[in-house]
Design a protein around this ligand. Structure first.
Ligand code: UDP
Ligand code: MG
Length: 332
């Protein structure tokens, strides 16, 4: 805890700083309302200083200029403007990199995560927890497809991953400075933030909350991004797909061996060995399919290794606004 020597020699406690990280991508329709709700939230926070870090993830609408207007008027608002769209997880990472708070809250711009819940998170943090993650009890207003795929994804991920990753939990969470520092020391390029936070450890606790509907606008996670996100989650937290590939290969090889014995048997002991075209086709196609799947899985991992060794910065920042210190324009 930061302490400052007061003039009269007594030690006074400087209020602790809470950083809120809000990734925004084409959110011009919701920003004003988000600001209003966050403003109300801040007004109720009497014993904490606050900084609001908006990360504009290369929006193509007026999001950036709206954010800048707010930042010019309010010293608590800071803006990180990316040079292009780098994706939600990278935007969150940039926010964590830039945050100075004793505690850091990740929250979506579309008000699906109610800011009021953060009060309860802060309480838990004061009780000594390092991570307070919001678990969704209800998700109204989402398509049945999104609900069922999300449900299946969290369960599959948990089964495959070596680190237990909480079910039905998004990035809406509070983390302590220690956890943020640990995250900042993890250089991986394929970032699956909620999994990384689980991996870090410390004292973590779930906080059930009712996820609201998006205030306005549409989801910025189309199916393509959802699939990429899910693949990142599974491949960066599990090598089980590789074991699965080995298993599939072994099963196929055993079947093939049985086929070979059978074919030889027919050839040596019977006269019907010209027949069996169907069996031949099945064997060829089956083996071909299994091999392609396994090569594909290998390829996914190799692609990720390639991505890591290139060692490019995680993101490129076009501009910072409202920060008191000079910030680097590229990550690490
Ligand atoms: N977002 C982002 N970059 C992207 C996609 C989304 O920064 O490429 C932000 C978006 O503005 C929002 C949050 O990430 O604040 C969650 O996105 P969204 O609400 O569209 O996802 P959903 O809630 O539908 O899963
Ligand atoms: Mg949303």
């Amino acid at each position: 805890m930061k302490r400052e020597a007061a003039v009269d020699g007594e030690v006074t406690r400087k209020p602790r700083l809470l950083s809120m990280v809000i990734p925004c991508y084409n959110e011009e329709e919701v920003i004003h309302e988000t600001m209003r709700r966050l403003g109300d939230f801040c007004a109720q926070l009497t014993d904490l200083d606050i900084e609001l870090i908006f990360v504009d993830d290369g929006s193509r609408d007026r999001t950036r200029s709206i954010l800048k207007e707010y930042a010019n008027r309010d010293a608590r608002i800071r803006v990180i403007g990316f040079a292009r769209n780098f994706g939600h997880q990278i935007a969150v990472t940039a926010g964590i990199d830039a945050a100075h708070g004793d505690a850091i809250v990740l929250i979506d711009a579309d008000l699906q995560d109610p800011p009021e819940v953060v009060h309860q998170m802060i309480e838990k943090w004061r009780e000594g927890y390092d991570v307070v993650y919001g678990t969704r009890t209800e998700r109204p207003g989402e398509s049945r497809f999104k609900l069922s795929t999300a449900r299946a994804f969290y369960r599959l991920l948990n089964r495959l991953s070596n680190v237990p990753i909480p079910l039905d939990t998004g990035d809406f969470r509070l983390m302590s400075r220690n956890v943020a520092d640990a995250l900042r020391s993890m250089p991986e390029r394929d970032r699956f933030v909620r999994g990384m936070v689980s991996w870090v450890g410390f004292r973590q606790i779930a906080l059930p909350y009712k996820r609201a509907e998006r205030f306005a606008g549409t989801s910025k996670y189309p199916l393509r991004k959802m699939i990429r996100f899910a693949t990142d989650g599974i491949l960066s937290f599990s090598t089980k797909p590789l074991q699965l590939a080995v298993g599939l290969g072994m099963a196929a090889a055993s079947l093939a061996l049985a086929g070979i014995v059978y074919a030889l048997f027919l050839r040596i002991f019977t006269s019907i060995w010209v027949e069996g075209w169907t069996a031949l086709m099945i064997a060829v196609l089956f083996l071909g399919g299994v091999q392609l799947i396994c090569v594909g899985i290998l390829g996914e991992y190799i692609g990720r290794i390639y991505n890591e060794v290139k060692n490019r910065p995680l993101y490129v920042v076009d501009e910072y606004l409202g920060f008191e210190v000079d910030m680097p324009h590229m990550s690490r």
